[in-house]
Design a protein around this ligand. Structure first.
Ligand code: SUG
Length: 417
């Protein structure tokens, strides 16, 4: 068994659009009503996956979900007099943000020695709450080998769960037992706190985690109020390193102390407010980075959105950090602007699973040949652009369906159709 981190990126779907559906997500609100570019968006996402493969990282892919979801509209009794937001919800390509697909506890952390996955119920937002049944179907295929994986039911809708975006794992190496840190929100001022503490606690129990190696930490309400609707907008962890804004947690020092008490090797790389304000961190998504361990002792790389490079405050902090002797040895910028305009950075687009790739259904693993085939399908079938008034139109329904079926065919996953 050779366990390694596999990043499963959500392929950006053909109905990617800007409907401004997410209260508390500032980018989504700011881009409401703009024209989206689904083809460019999907190619940007795929370019990120290719760049990560070129770094020697193991890459997987999750598929877009079938949209529009006409069953949802039927259940809501939708008619043209209803709110346009309801129509847009049924068209949302939000499953691209795979960090919200599920919470994952790798085998070394769990009582039965299997990797456990719980699909997130995403109940706070109507356009996201429809995702889990189709996400669960995919996870049940990708991780079908029950000797190694257990895919759970989502937490009941009484408690909002947004998946791995509010979960961090500290460990010496990915294949060794880790400490799992669940970050929940209690209050977000004018904005909803989407992750409920009871949902996090339920996931930890269901995954069979050792209570002595689990932490439940409250997110800073000010961070939620400033637009950090998920913890992964203000903090990310990889192995021994926690990379975080100084205002990520309700009680920052207590959070560090609690982590150190169970994981003494913790290395905190903290960005102070004076260097990068919370607002600038949220605008640039510095922390919505993929913090990855490069193969062959290459140290860690931070894969940030290009918005970070373009920010004087963020880029000068990164330069100072690289000049020091810290654990992060490289900062790599990737262009995921189409997703960023909906509040989804490099880390939102991927679900981390620590597993032996040989135990995963190979149809969900990417190589450069498959990436080429996906590029061709995207170039041929994805709409070039979508304006708000296009949602609901017959041509877009037909094109979205064709695109979806083509991608299933390309990956040999027609049973999902
Ligand atoms: O849930 N945006 C997503 C972004 C999710 C980012 N994920 C992580 N931080 N892990 C959300 O707010 C916007 C959709 C729209 O407005 O059309 C949206 O759903």
């Amino acid at each position: 068994m050779s366990l390694r981190e596999i990043n499963f990126d959500g392929l950006i779907g053909p109905t990617h659009n800007y409907a401004g559906l997410s209260l508390g997500n500032i980018a989504s609100d700011r881009h409401r009503g703009q024209v989206s570019r689904p083809r460019a968006a999907a190619l940007q996402g795929l370019a990120k996956m290719r760049a990560n493969m070129a770094l020697g990282l193991c890459q997987g892919v999750l598929l877009p979900l079938p949209r529009p979801n006409t069953a949802l509209l039927d259940r809501l009794g939708y008619d043209p007099g209803a709110s346009p937001a309801l129509l847009a919800a049924a068209w949302s390509a939000s499953a691209m943000w795979a960090a919200n697909a599920a919470t994952v506890s790798p085998a070394p952390d769990t009582r039965d020695g299997r990797c456990h996955l719980t699909p997130a119920n995403l109940v706070t937002m109507v356009h996201r709450a429809q995702e889990w049944p189709d996400t669960q179907r995919q996870l049940r295929l990708a991780f079908a080998d029950t000797r190694h994986f257990m895919v759970h039911e989502p937490v009941p809708p009484s408690f909002g769960d947004e998946g791995a975006a509010n979960h961090m794992r500290l460990c010496t190496r990915h294949d060794e037992p880790g400490v799992e840190v669940f970050v929940y929100g209690r209050s977000g001022g004018r904005f909803p706190a989407r992750q409920h503490e009871e949902a996090s606690r339920a996931v930890a129990r269901l995954h069979g985690l050792d209570p002595a190696r689990c932490l439940f930490v409250e997110q800073n309400p000010d961070a939620i109020a400033a637009g950090a609707f998920h913890n992964d907008v203000v903090a990310v962890a990889n192995e021994k390193v926690l990379f975080t804004h100084a205002r990520a947690f309700a009680d920052q020092q207590r959070a560090y102390a609690a982590m150190r008490a169970v994981f003494p090797d913790l290395e905190v790389v903290e960005v102070p407010e004076e260097a990068v304000s919370l607002e600038e961190a949220i605008r640039t998504y510095l922390f919505n980075a993929q913090l990855v361990t490069l193969p062959n002792g290459g140290g860690m790389a931070l894969i940030v959105p290009t918005e970070c490079r373009d920010s004087p405050a963020v880029s000068s902090w990164c330069e100072r950090m690289l000049a020091g002797n810290g654990p992060i040895r490289r900062v790599i910028a990737v262009d995921v602007r189409q997703s960023m305009a909906n509040g989804g950075g490099p880390a939102c687009l991927r679900l981390r699973v620590v597993a032996d790739p040989a135990t995963v259904d190979p149809r969900f693993l990417l190589d450069s040949d498959k990436a080429d085939r996906l590029s061709a399908v995207i170039g041929r079938e994805w709409p070039e652009q979508i304006a708000p008034h296009d949602l609901g139109s017959d041509w877009l329904i037909a094109q979205a369906r064709r695109a979806y079926l083509s991608v299933l065919e390309t990956l040999g996953l027609t049973e999902l159709g």
